[in-house]
Design a protein around this ligand. Structure first.
Ligand SMILES: [Cu+2]
Length: 135
């Protein structure tokens, strides 16, 4: 191959790999926390305007260590803890009732309060959201 062709080939390869591994750009819309018994389910819309995919790996409640935040999904018709939630590039993931959501374990004493939840994205890093615990 001519050197120019090799260069064009390398540039094309770089462009292709950039598309996959470009930066994610995460935004959260309409977070809400609904108390169900002793725990609160948290719903929201996760938007990724970036060219790169991401992964929600976990969550914590800021300043309230006794309230545990878990990722939940529906597996075989039952609510189960899940390890992560994939966020596609240029995509939207809806956390909604009967589907994937966050669960605040032991949130019943926080009814009426606004809590700060830190979402831990693998590539984008931490994102803080606020949600009022309602019934
Ligand atoms: Cu749940």
């Amino acid at each position: 191959m001519k050197p120019q062709r090799v260069l064009v080939f390398i540039v094309l390869l770089l462009l292709l790999s950039c598309k996959k591994s470009g930066p994610p750009d995460i935004k959260i819309k309409w977070p809400e926390a609904l108390l169900e018994g002793t725990d609160a389910a948290v719903f929201m819309v996760i938007l990724n305007d970036g060219n790169g995919e991401d992964m929600l790996k976990g969550c914590t409640v800021k300043g309230i260590p006794e309230v545990i935040c878990e990722l939940h999904g529906i597996v075989d018709g039952r609510m189960r803890m899940i390890r992560d939630i994939e966020i596609p590039s240029k995509g939207t993931v809806e956390l909604k009732p009967g589907d994937r959501h966050l669960m605040l374990i032991g949130a019943k004493d926080r009814l009426g309060e606004t809590v700060t939840i830190v979402l831990d994205f693998e590539r984008f890093g931490p994102v803080e959201i606020k949600a009022r615990v309602a019934r």
